[in-house]
Ligand binder design. Structure first.
Ligand SMILES: *Cc1c(COP(=O)(O)O)cnc(C)c1O
Length: 389
């Protein structure tokens, strides 16, 4: 921590926590493989260090949304299975095929593009057919499934593709007992059965995200795709905290107090003067703002640990900074202000910020900006020569 103490702000990523979370999730889904979902720069934690840590803890697959994210993992030296699912016309199909990335196919346009790219690459593409079993977002509708399966099998016989997976995604996995869960499982089993009857021999069938991994054992199938839980955040805070699920948040967001000063009673604070000091007091300037991912919606509400006490954002969060009312305390400039962390030093959690901002903790960690350096702790010896510490 010493060498980073002078930083304006930092997001400290505890890779030991991440590894322990992966192991805990693997225990929950014993019998299934685990895909570490590292899309959106590892939910803001850094895709490459997190992917390496997850691999060390036994994740056999890595998952990303976009192909560019998947290709970046390959370029960083990550081997083994990588899958990506969010495609738009134009590819980069050929690059993905040449990088041995499994690609998701949700519809006919994608199948045609990947088959053509496989021809150009001179090798088969590994494709995973995605079923819309009820989410109503990506994936192939049941009515269109026979057509997609038929054409994919024809491409497989022609040596253009290998159908490696049949998969889907839940709408309400964080609400146990929601009728859509059983309904989606039924549709998924039917769609898999149809494809297998037609001759598809998938290596992996998968449906479970973090909440399904933790609460729907019958959804584990061959592989679970865990994102948020791997970073130690509860995917279903109404059901349990991170600790209740055996998880530990990996990210701590902290800043150095930039200024401490006295202010008289009745002093307006920050843009719009939405906060006014009620008595003579001290104010602390925290040098992070919405450009760093601190939600402006948490103005007047977000919690921060400064000098052993939890303070509340006073007035508006600005682009680069916000103010807390220190109520007469005078921590030294440079003192640590912890916005969120695992919670065991009394600091708030990302979930607390989510509640303050009216959102979910996924959004809190994912939106931390590039101006905040990620500092890795508890990395292990890294044979590929990465920048872990
Ligand atoms: C993001 C994502 C996941 C991971 O979801 P979590 O709830 O973070 O575990 C799994 N599958 C797909 C298709 C996703 O887009």
């Amino acid at each position: 921590m010493n060498e980073t103490a002078s930083l304006r702000a930092r997001a400290e990523i505890d890779l030991a926590a991440l590894r322990a979370n992966v192991r805990a999730l693997r225990e929950r889904a014993a019998g299934a493989q685990l895909m570490a979902v590292v899309k959106s720069d590892g939910y803001g934690h850094g895709a490459v260090p997190c992917a390496r840590a997850a691999r060390e803890a036994g994740a056999t697959w890595l998952g990303t949304a976009t192909p560019h994210e998947a290709l970046a993992l390959r370029s960083a030296g990550l081997d083994g299975r990588i899958m990506c699912w969010l495609w738009t016309p134009g590819g980069p199909w050929r690059e993905a095929i040449e990088a041995d990335v499994d690609v998701s196919v949700s519809g006919m346009w994608a199948l045609r593009e990947v088959v053509e790219a496989a021809g150009a690459a001179g090798r088969p593409a590994r494709i995973q057919l995605k079923a819309d079993t009820g989410l109503g977002r990506g994936g192939c509708q049941p009515a269109d499934w026979p057509g997609l399966v038929t054409e994919a099998l024809a491409a497989e016989r022609a040596g253009r593709v290998r159908i490696t997976g049949l998969w889907s995604h839940f709408a309400c996995a964080d609400e146990p007992g929601h009728p859509s869960i059983a309904a989606q499982l039924d549709v998924y089993r039917d769609m898999v059965a149809y494809a297998e009857k037609e001759g598809v021999e998938p290596e992996v069938r998968h449906m479970a995200n973090s909440p399904a991994t933790l609460t729907i054992p019958e959804a584990h199938f061959d592989l679970v795709r865990t994102g948020i839980a791997m970073y130690g955040i509860s995917p279903a805070p109404e059901l349990g905290t991170s600790a209740d699920f055996g998880l530990r948040p990996a990210m701590t967001l902290a800043a150095s107090v930039a200024l401490v000063k006295g202010a008289p009673a009745g002093h307006g604070v920050s843009y719009g003067h939405h906060y006014t000091t009620s008595a003579e007091t001290t104010l602390g300037l925290i040098p992070v703002g919405y450009a760093d991912g601190v939600p402006r919606h948490a103005s007047g509400r977000g919690p921060v640990l400064v000098g052993g006490r939890t303070r509340t954002v006073a007035g508006r969060v600005a682009m680069d900074q916000f103010v807390v009312d220190l109520e007469g305390d005078r921590p030294e400039p440079g003192a640590e202000a912890v916005l969120f962390g695992p919670g065991d030093r009394g600091e708030p959690t990302a979930q607390d910020w989510a509640e303050a901002a009216g959102t979910i903790a996924y959004e809190i960690v994912t939106r931390i900006g590039t101006r905040v350096p990620r500092v890795y702790v508890n990395g292990t010896a890294d044979p590929t020569g990465g920048a872990q510490r």
